[in-house]
Design a binder for this molecule. Structure first.
Ligand SMILES: [Zn+2]
Ligand SMILES: [Zn+2]
Length: 765
């Protein structure tokens, strides 16, 4: 075959991970480098011809070499750089290779997931020019009136209003053009700085109110220990500190050290905790430094700005949710990685590449050769096991709250018993104890958080005739649907599937026997209704707020709501787990858990662990001021360890019980798991694919691996596709990885639309 570009000579060869590429080429596809792109480096994004039709595809260079083993005449040439000028640092390419291998995800897709879309498409890469007074004006200089007006306008501003945006300054000085400002810049009488709009927004929330007068001896001890590891390469630390024990202060002191040493600190928090509180506190403490904040609430332009700020080495601190672990910090600059609330479920990505942000963070710290701190009041059992049983992590414990703060009293209430105490036949979601406590807290000026981890009004729509037994399920999924009330609709409400989000009308009668349907079960809307009836003063005073994904639209409305709560405008906040995490409001004296059992009965071996975490975390939101806190936990299962021990603040005891059960059943962390879900519109085909996969895996497996399935997933049909699962349990990570690798290279595992591979799965539905 003749050369495709006979007139060109290759200057070398590049392996390109093509975004659309399939899983067959884990090291990328080979392309020739044309002379005009002689300066291409690995990590850069390029456009290449792909497939028979040579359609143009985007990808990332993962390595460059002078030679190739392939026939040079058959190698296509790179077409050029793409629109972005993005370049990934070398350790991120290494990290992508690791993720692609470990989590069975195509390398091109993995690299693509590391870059925000706005960076790839090069949109919105703008920063704002901010202006401030520059050198003092020498006495002998006579300025033209317009330039003088600019300086006077700036000087009239109070210091916290400076620097000021170019357009605002122009307006303030009454100018029609920028030229007087430009002249002043040339003469260095004005100073210009580039700031991203995100920094400008978050600066409004900056606060230094949380700085404690002094550290406790425990805090100081832990700080000293970790500081002694800062320049000694990779080390991993688990910081187990009860809620309100001052973990953040430890992070802040360590970050100070890292910045002093000229390095960058990278801190991950769960998406939902990325509140103005967390961001404002860091920005407030590091007022002279630049903090890049990365979270899903940013516009694409803002995302691009923050990415560029990090890539240019301008950020001293990076604070962000899961994907911030891919922040393009220039090589050798990362001095410390912190994963706060390391147990949190939002660190696991639920679509390919299905990576766990905490585990990727550990890998990144290894590549960067720096310490990593995992912090939590309720460490995941994996991390606890690593810190206590196999010595992989150094364990640091803060078992008391900061001076002056006590852990809240937690009362567990038997829901069944409380229901009997009501002498009417109505359904009460607030038992007498919780209702009484709400009343007293309102009277004495405290604030209240109420948690119910289920949105909507009622999660069952059914026929009242038990012999009929009809329950409304989604047309597209094998799940029951949820009734939502809505004032906007003439019908008063609608029915929604919480999995595929399809909406339907509420049927008036049972399709099988024509009885009038009833709705029952719990939902935040129903709790809201009950509170409205029992505490009407909250409604008339507009001091109650419901927080769930139906009432909150984006990060901004959530942040605004938290601010109103922080100011005390809101007295009672009711919501899903959005309110269970990371909030620190001194006014909260009562926390109520409407039903602690929502996660307990899920078909998932982590159900008990989740329940323990949720109850402990939400209870920990109260008693952070000078008044003691009370948490009331309603449950049908008052005796189960997850609830009983969460109420007793007995994490270590819970961990011991739960770990011994996991050990007996050979479940993680005593084994490693991968879950493969196959999906097909046709049930028989789906089962057949599942069977073939399971048989194939069994033929490759040895004694260290066990294959379970195929079996229908707990949700056996989702969005019109049937789902069968095959689970691999292996004695350790390397055994699991070697089986996955052989199955992948044999073509048995093909991650894509019809097969999802989840390594170390955290949800089993
Ligand atoms: Zn559905
Ligand atoms: Zn019926």
């Amino acid at each position: 075959m003749p050369s495709l570009f006979p007139s060109q000579t290759a200057l070398g060869y590049a392996k390109v991970a093509v975004e659309r590429g399939v899983d067959r080429y884990p090291d990328g596809l080979t392309y020739a480098i044309p002379p005009e792109l002689a300066d291409l480096r690995s990590g850069e994004r390029v456009m290449v011809p792909l497939g028979r039709g040579d359609t143009t595809a985007g990808g990332c260079i993962i390595s460059i070499s002078r030679e190739t083993d392939l026939d040079p005449d058959r190698i296509k040439f790179i077409r050029g750089r793409d629109a972005s000028s993005a370049k990934l640092p070398g350790d991120l390419i290494e990290l992508a290779r690791w993720i692609s291998n470990y989590y069975c995800a195509p390398i091109g897709m993995t690299l693509a997931a590391m870059l925000p879309a706005a960076v790839k498409r090069n949109i919105g890469a703008v920063t704002k020019t901010m202006l401030d007074l520059g050198n003092p004006l020498p006495l002998e200089v006579k300025l033209p009136p317009k330039q003088r007006a600019v300086l006077e306008a700036l000087a009239s501003l109070p210091p916290e209003k400076r620097p000021i945006e170019l357009s605002a300054l122009r307006e303030l000085a009454g100018l029609k053009t920028n030229s007087p400002i430009r002249r002043l810049l040339d003469r260095k009488l004005l100073d210009q700085q580039q700031r991203s709009t995100v920094e400008a927004t978050w600066a409004q929330h900056a606060t230094d109110d949380f700085r404690p007068d002094s550290l406790t001896a425990k805090q100081q001890q832990i700080i000293d220990k970790i500081i002694s590891t800062l320049d000694k390469g990779f080390s991993s630390h688990l910081l187990y500190g009860v809620t309100g024990s001052g973990k953040t202060e430890i992070y802040i002191r360590l970050i100070e050290r890292v910045i002093q040493a000229g390095k960058t600190a990278l801190m991950l928090v769960p998406e939902i905790s990325l509140t103005p509180q967390t961001g404002g506190r860091l920005i407030g403490r590091f007022a002279d430094h630049r903090v890049a904040i990365l979270h899903s609430g940013l516009t694409s332009a803002q995302r691009h700005q923050q990415w560029a700020l990090v890539a240019n080495g301008g950020a001293h601190i990076i604070l962000g949710a899961r994907s911030a672990i891919f922040a393009p910090v220039p090589g050798g600059k990362i001095g410390l990685i912190i994963v706060d609330e390391e147990h949190d479920g939002s660190y696991k990505q639920d679509q390919a590449p299905r990576y766990h942000g905490r585990d990727v963070a550990i890998r990144r710290a290894q590549l960067a050769g720096c310490p990593i701190i995992l912090g939590s009041a309720t460490p995941s059992l994996e991390s606890w096991h690593n810190a206590t049983e196999n010595g992989k992590y150094a364990l640091h414990i803060l078992d008391e709250r900061a001076p002056g703060l006590r852990l809240p009293t937690v009362k567990v209430v038997d829901f069944a018993e409380q229901a009997r105490a009501h002498h009417d036949r109505k359904v009460h979601l607030l038992g007498p104890m919780l209702e009484g406590a709400i009343g007293r807290t309102l009277e004495t000026g405290g604030q209240i958080l109420l948690l119910l981890n289920r949105r909507g009004y009622a999660n069952y729509i059914a026929c009242p005739d038990q012999t009929c037994g009809w329950v409304m399920t989604c047309d597209h999924c094998d799940v029951t649907t949820v009734y939502h009330k809505s004032k906007r609709l003439a019908t008063g409400g609608f029915v929604q599937c919480h999995h595929c989000l399809t909406e339907q009308r509420l049927p008036s009668q049972c399709p099988d026997c024509a009885n009038k349907v009833t709705t029952f079960g719990l939902g935040t809307q129903r709790v809201e209704e009950e509170i409205t009836n029992k505490f009407p003063e909250l409604v008339t005073g507009q001091t109650m707020l419901r927080i769930d994904s139906d009432t909150m639209h984006g990060a901004k409305s959530f942040h605004d709501a938290l601010e109103r709560f922080g100011r005390g405008d809101i007295r009672l906040m009711l919501g899903t787990q959005m309110i269970a995490k990371g909030l620190d409001f001194p006014g909260v004296r009562l926390v109520g858990v409407i039903n602690a059992d929502t996660a307990l009965n899920l078909p998932d071996f982590r159900a008990a662990e989740r329940t323990f975490q949720l109850v402990s975390q939400v209870a920990g939101r109260c008693g952070r001021g000078d008044q003691p806190g009370l948490a009331i936990v309603q449950t049908f299962n008052p005796g189960v360890p997850a609830i009983r021990l969460a109420a007793a603040h007995a994490y270590t005891e819970f961990a011991e019980i739960e770990l011994s059960e996991r050990r007996q059943c050979n479940l993680p962390p005593y084994s490693r798991m991968a879950r493969i879900v196959v999906r097909d519109a046709e049930l028989m085909k789906c089962i057949a694919i599942g069977k073939r996969l399971a048989e194939g895996l069994r033929s490759l497996a040895d004694d260290s691996q066990r294959i379970r399935g195929p079996a229908p997933c707990p949700i056996a049909r989702l969005s019109d596709r049937h789902r069968q699962q095959v689970e691999i349990l292996a004695t350790n990570a390397s055994s699991l990885q070697s089986l996955l690798a052989s199955a992948r290279s044999a073509g048995m595992i093909q991650p894509g639309a019809s097969m999802a591979v989840d390594v170390d799965p955290t949800t089993m539905l």
